[in-house]
Design a protein around this ligand. Structure first.
Ligand code: SF4
Length: 347
């Protein structure tokens, strides 16, 4: 099939082959690209209207027991920034984010050995406190945790468990997530879903994968029950084994976003401010995203992301910084009631 025929089929939820996905990932002609992005926007509008959901980010510990080759916060990187925020600091940041209008508090961290030692009791308390005092849905990104802990977080009514595979190519996974188990990571997501949490899955592009790998990842993700899926372009990080990688442009990320939307009509897809900062918002929304992530309060001293200083202290990665830009694109931040309604209707 030609690119436009495949796109038309995907708009109507027809099944397409891996070959078809590869054809779309290889699109270069401007006309076909516009057709792809327009189709992704049409599908998003059908399911979400012009509403966008905003997620506030609280990366409260940058300690990690792992050594992922792409990550600035890997255990062996002595150039990295380490901190662990206490309860009061986290609550202050979370309250500020909620007051500013975010819909979700994203509590995220490295696989901090101290938290593992105390069986995540302080994080479980944090979730309880956020629900009681701030009344916002919580997303957690603690890395791989035990089944018992997943059950404990589910009992605290955590809304989302984010755990990114980054690739479904097992060989590449082993090069990226050194000494980690592919199946254990997949199992944690299935366990979280079985316990009633929503799961966010994620890919990274620009790490040496092929378009066939991407097509396999996209088709496998479509088979699973993920509520939110994201893709980010790899940003090479100092002090890591991959710091010499050539930085990629963002064209492939945008095509993947559009394909994620066409393969999963009703799913949440974030435009991360963590790749190109606020300048990258428009292209990602126009590719089919309906969530903005990596909203970070200025001067809170948060790191933990790929671009932890870009546009943060200038206040661009805030609800105030994002909303006028959404409005220029004909979109708007949803109300909290609208977000809760979406959650209730899409369990
Ligand atoms: S990607 Fe996550 S698990 Fe891997 S080193 Fe970085 S913080 Fe740790």
């Amino acid at each position: 099939m030609q690119a436009k025929e495949i796109i038309d089929a995907l708009k109507e939820t027809s099944k397409v082959s891996k070959e078809d996905i590869v054809t779309l990932l290889n699109i270069e002609a401007e006309e076909d690209l516009s057709y792809l992005f327009q189709a992704a926007q049409d599908v998003r509008r059908r399911h979400f209207g012009n509403k966008v959901f905003l997620y506030g980010f609280v990366y409260f510990s940058t300690y990690c027991r792992n050594n992922c080759s792409f990550c600035f916060f890997r255990r062996d990187n002595n150039d990295t920034i380490r901190y662990r925020k206490n309860r009061e600091e986290v609550m202050d940041i979370a309250k500020g984010l909620a007051d500013s209008g975010v819909h979700v508090i994203d509590l995220t961290l490295g696989e901090d050995p101290e938290l593992h030692k105390e069986n995540f009791s302080s994080m479980l308390e944090l979730v309880r406190d956020i629900h009681r005092e701030i009344d916002r849905p919580v997303m957690i990104s603690p890395g791989v945790i035990s089944d018992e802990l997943i059950e404990a977080f589910a009992k605290e009514n955590v809304e989302f468990y984010a755990l990114y595979q980054e690739t479904y190519n097992r060989e590449l996974f082993q090069k990226l997530r050194l000494h980690q188990d592919y199946d254990v990571r997949m199992h944690a997501k299935q366990k979280a879903r079985a316990c009633g949490m929503r799961v966010e899955e994620g890919l990274m592009t620009g790490l040496g994968e092929t378009v066939e790998d991407l097509a396999d990842s996209l088709l496998s993700m479509e088979q699973q029950d993920f509520s939110q899926i994201r893709v980010m372009t790899f940003v090479p990080q100092n002090g890591t084994p991959m710091d010499g990688y050539e930085p990629q442009n963002h064209d492939m990320e945008l095509k993947i976003i559009a394909l994620m939307r066409l393969l999963n009509h009703n799913v949440l897809i974030p435009a991360s401010l963590d790749v190109e900062g606020i300048a990258g918002l428009e292209s990602r929304i126009n590719a089919g995203c309906n969530v903005v992530t990596s909203i970070i309060p200025p001067t809170a001293g948060l790191a933990g992301v790929a671009q932890s200083t870009m546009d943060v202290d200038e206040g661009f990665r805030t609800v105030k910084g994002v909303t006028p830009r959404l409005e220029k694109l004909g979109m708007r931040a949803a109300t909290m009631a609208e977000y809760r309604e979406w959650l209730a209707e899409n369990k």
